[in-house]
Design a protein around this ligand. Structure first.
Ligand code: SAM
Length: 256
């Protein structure tokens, strides 16, 4: 079924049908606001990676800011994003309003995919998108030199499975960006800290992943950590409103 491997670009003529995860400057349209503004920190966020001439697998592009930035730096981009029929790996809260909330999320995700395609056309991107899930990467996607998993593992119940899936088809380098939980780091343990509890309703986030866990796990998969950094991004809980600092870490590992 190689024909259905990549999505046909959506033609979005009405910008009102779009939402954005990232703040971006869209040529011919102007500035749009998202939850994260990575415009001044993209190189820190992705780490010191030379994308020129590389075939790059990006898990979870969201509205695509990083996709288009990696492409600008010379990458051939293949994105894997959740499809309309594969919902986010939500924490299954037993809450009377859960289904209603899920419906709102579905609508948001649809609008975010529209935002991706609207910006994709505006920047004349050649990035291809496979709609599916990082839990199953079809072998027809081929092999990659680099795979990026930025702000995506924490949202999945089996982040270690996703890293292994990417590692299996990546020849050179894995780039992982995750939230940096200072309390967890102080403990120094190789752990996944469960985020949701009965009160916080963290329906979209499963884990805080410690850098130590990745340092221990990546060599198991044949990769060696070559770079680690932390950095602070601006996160706006409501797009367009003032952001608050949120710390991430970036870890780069090369195939041995
Ligand atoms: C928090 S956003 C991060 C966007 C971008 N990577 C960044 O770092 O700015 C997470 C994205 O990953 C996607 N995603 C979550 N789980 C996924 C999975 N199992 N397979 C593919 N994409 C996934 C979501 O739909 C969303 O677009």
């Amino acid at each position: 079924m190689v024909d259905a491997l990549y999505a046909e670009p959506r033609e979005i003529t009405d910008p009102e049908q779009c939402s954005y995860y990232h703040s971006m400057d869209i040529p011919g349209h102007g500035e749009v606001h998202g939850f994260f503004d990575l415009r001044s920190s993209v190189d820190e966020y992705l780490g010191p990676v030379d994308f020129a001439g590389k075939r790059v697998l990006e898990i979870g592009p969201g509205s695509g800011f990083l996709t288009f930035e990696m492409e600008k730096r010379g990458a051939e981009m293949v994105c894997v994003e959740l499809s309309e029929d594969k919902p986010w790996d939500y924490v299954p809260y037993q809450h009377p309003q859960f289904d209603e909330w899920l419906e709102g999320q579905r609508e948001y995700m649809h609008r975010q995919r529209n935002g991706f395609w609207y910006a994709h056309a505006a920047v004349q991107s050649k990035a291809r998108v496979h709609y599916g899930s990082a839990y199953h990467l079809p072998k027809e996607l081929g092999r990659f030199q680099i795979a990026t998993m930025a702000a995506v593992l924490l949202h999945n119940r089996d982040p270690l499975g996703i890293i292994a899936n990417c590692a299996q088809i990546t020849d050179e380098r894995l780039v992982i960006v995750e939230q940096h939980d200072r309390q967890q780091v102080e403990g120094g343990a190789a752990d996944l800290r469960l985020v949701p509890n009965r009160d916080n309703q963290m329906v979209h986030t499963w884990w805080h992943i410690s850098p130590e866990l990745l340092r221990q796990y990546l060599p198991v998969l044949g990769f060696q950590v070559v770079h680690e950094s932390t950095h602070v991004e601006q996160f706006a809980s409501v797009p367009g409103e003032a952001g608050e600092p949120l710390e991430h870490f970036t870890l780069i590992a090369d195939r041995r």
